[in-house]
Design a protein around this ligand. Structure first.
Ligand SMILES: Cc1cc2nc3c(=O)[nH]c(=O)nc-3n(C[C@H](O)[C@H](O)[C@H](O)COP(=O)(O)O)c2cc1C
Length: 203
């Protein structure tokens, strides 16, 4: 495993790498339904989160945190999802309730990336929120480089008050994403890319 640089170590300003270019060029999410075990082991997950947390962060606010769901915790969170779903739709059919309860068991590992802003900080809130998004993307890339497929999801439960309270989020916290990690049962296909002509201009 690579050794983390020490604080103050000189680190290369760029990392030319054909394999990094290929990974970025071909990056695709794998739908959670197509993920299975194995997920990253404990040291690998630690490395993936260390890389994810090294996202651009104006004035080092660290406006995010991680919640890891593995093993039984995924089913325990399923109880929170089920209760929230039933609170919204008490007459829901059994197959819908089962589907909601099992959401986190689609993948061996789910990492909730929580945006956790400090509104009193002089770094604008908008920038703090953007950092959490960068953390999610770093997480996807770090997972891919370690051989794991992933998908960044919010679905309905990122925005549900019952679930938010079950996750123990504070007033200034929101779910930036649930990043599902595992091994792909099927490789994804290329997806349409943005039309660069429509989004690039020159000043
Ligand atoms: C903040 C955020 C939330 C997302 N939530 C969902 C979601 O709830 N359901 C979904 O199908 N895709 C969601 N996506 C999109 C997927 O992560 C993914 O981008 C999509 O499946 C396309 O695959 P790609 O990343 O290979 O382009 C979300 C993306 C972002 C950035």
């Amino acid at each position: 495993m690579l050794k983390l640089p020490e604080l103050g170590d000189v680190t290369p300003a760029a990392h030319p790498s054909d394999s990094a270019i290929e990974m970025l060029w071909r990056r695709r999410s794998t739908p959670a339904d197509f993920l299975s075990a194995p997920g990253p082991d404990a040291p690998t997950l630690q490395t993936i989160l260390t890389i994810a947390a090294r996202a651009p962060d104006h004035r080092r606010v660290t406006p995010f945190r991680f919640v890891i769901f593995e093993g039984d915790a995924r089913a325990r969170f399923g109880e929170v999802l089920e209760a929230a779903f039933l609170a919204n739709d008490p007459k829901a059919e059994k197959h819908r309730i089962d589907c909601e309860r099992k959401r986190f068991t689609r993948a061996p590992t789910v990492v909730a990336v929580i945006s956790s802003i400090d509104p009193a900080h002089r770094t604008p809130e908008w920038e703090q929120v953007l950092t959490a998004g960068a953390v999610c993307q770093n997480l996807l890339l770090a997972a891919s480089a370690h051989g794991f497929a992933a998908q960044w999801l919010t679905e309905w439960y990122a925005y549900d008050d019952h679930v938010i309270s079950g996750l123990g989020l504070g007033d200034q916290e929101r779910v930036a994403g649930f990043v599902y990690l595992g091994t792909a049962r099927e490789n994804p296909k290329e997806r349409a890319r943005p039309n660069l002509k429509a989004i690039i201009s020159r000043f």
